[in-house]
Design a protein around this ligand. Structure first.
Ligand code: SAM
Length: 312
C-alpha cells in the first residue's frame, strides 16, 4: 500500500464545487497514469463526474484531446451546462454580487429556479452553505463553520468567479452529458481512442455513506464491473477499500492497489485503485520513496484574487 499521503494543498483546485467524495488527492496519480500511456488519448470519459476535479485537470493540463463528462443529478448537471454553454460569466457575476446572510440564503434557496443558470447558482450556493457540501435530501445549513464563520466559511466569491471563468474558456474542450454513466460506457465501449475515469457512488454493506452523500446513490456494481471489462480503452477506477469490491475486481482479472488518503475531516482512510495494470502506480510510489518531496507544500499562490482558505 502507498504510505505517502498526497498533500492536496499542492494540487490546483479547479472545480467550483466542494464535492463529497471529491478526488483532488488523486490528481498526481491521474497524471502519472495518463503519462504512462503510449499516446495522448483522443477522448477522456468520466461517467460519474460530480464536482469534476479529475476531468477538469485533464482538460486544463491538456492530458487528452477532448474531455466528456457525465452526471445524472439535475442540480449538478445545471452547473455543468451553465459553465459550458456560454453562461459562465453570468454565473460568476451572480455569485460575486450575492451577499450571504441567513435571510438571503433562505430566500434564494426557497424559490423554484426560473432558468437553468439560476438553478446552477442555487446549486453552487447550496453546495457552499450546506454542511460538508452535501446537497442530498436530509442535509442542512452549516451552523458554526470554520473558525465560527458560519455560512460564510466556505463562500469564496472571487475564487469561485475565477474558477468558473476559467472553465468557461474551455467550453470547446469539455462536453457535458446529463445521462446515466452506464449507458455512456455501453455506447463507447468499442472505442480504442478513449480512456475512462470511474468514480461511482458506493455504499459498502452496513455503511450509509454513499446514500447520505448523493441523490443518486444506487448503482449495479456487478454490472459496472462487467461493462468495464468490455471497454477497449484503458481505465482507472476508485472505490472504497471494501472486501466485496476487491472480490469483484479480482473476479474480473483487474489489478488493485490500496492507497492512503485523508478525508475532509483529515482522518486517514484507504481507498482502492482499480485498473488493468497499475504498474505505473507502483513505479510512482517507488520514485516518491527515492524523492520524498515530490509535491512540496506551498503557502503562496499566484492567484491575485486569492482568499485565504484551505482550497476547496
Ligand atoms: C463519488 S461521486 C464522484 C465524485 C467526483 N469524482 C469528484 O471528484 O467530485 C459519484 C457521482 O456519480 C453521480 N451518479 C450516480 N449515479 C449515476 C449514474 N447512473 N450516472 C451518472 N452519474 C451518476 C452522483 O450524483 C455523484 O455525483
Amino acid at each position: 500500500m502507498s504510505k505517502k499521503i498526497v498533500n492536496v494543498a499542492s494540487v490546483p483546485q479547479r472545480s467550483p464545487f466542494r464535492y463529497p467524495g471529491g478526488k483532488t488527492w488523486l490528481v498526481p496519480h491521474l497524471r502519472a497514469w495518463l503519462r504512462s500511456l503510449r499516446r495522448k488519448p483522443e477522448c477522456f470519459i468520466e461517467p460519474f463526474v460530480g464536482g469534476g476535479i479529475i476531468g477538469l485537470t485533464v482538460a486544463f493540463e491538456d492530458l487528452a484531446a477532448h474531455v466528456f463528462v457525465v452526471e445524472l443529478d439535475e442540480d449538478v448537471a445545471a452547473v455543468w451546462k451553465t459553465l459550458l454553454d456560454g453562461n459562465a460569466a453570468w454565473l460568476a457575476s451572480r455569485i460575486v454580487e450575492f451577499e450571504v446572510t441567513h435571510e438571503s440564503v433562505r430566500a434564494a434557496l426557497s424559490q423554484t429556479a426560473s432558468s437553468l443558470r439560476e438553478r446552477a447558482f442555487q446549486t453552487i450556493l447550496k453546495n457552499r452553505v450546506y454542511h460538508g457540501g452535501i446537497m442530498a435530501h436530509g442535509s442542512g445549513l452549516i451552523k458554526f463553520g470554520e473558525k465560527g464563520k458560519g455560512l460564510m466559511s466556505r463562500w469564496y466569491p472571487n475564487t469561485l468567479k475565477n474558477r468558473i471563468l476559467n472553465i468557461g474558456e474551455l467550453q470547446n474542450k469539455i462536453t457535458f452529458f446529463q445521462s446515466d454513466g452506464m449507458e455512456v460506457l455501453r455506447a463507447n465501449a468499442h472505442r480504442s481512442d478513449a480512456v475512462y475515469f470511474l468514480d461511482p457512488p458506493y455504499t459498502a454493506a452496513g455503511k450509509k455513506a454513499g446514500a447520505r452523500l448523493y441523490k443518486y446513490n444506487e448503482l449495479n456494481h456487478e454490472e459496472l464491473f462487467r461493462l468495464t471489462a468490455t471497454l477497449k480503452g484503458d481505465f482507472l477506477m476508485t472505490y472504497d477499500n471494501a472486501k466485496g469490491v476487491l472480490d469483484l475486481a479480482h473476479r474480473h482479472g483487474f489489478d488493485t492497489e490500496a492507497i492512503s488518503m485523508k478525508n475532509t475531516h483529515h482522518a486517514k482512510m484507504t481507498e482502492l485503485l482499480i485498473g488493468r495494470n497499475l504498474d505505473w502506480f507502483r513505479s510512482m510510489i517507488q520514485s516518491e520513496t527515492e524523492q520524498p518531496f515530490l509535491f512540496p507544500v506551498s503557502e503562496k499562490t499566484t492567484d491575485p484574487h486569492f482568499e485565504k482558505h484551505p482550497g476547496t
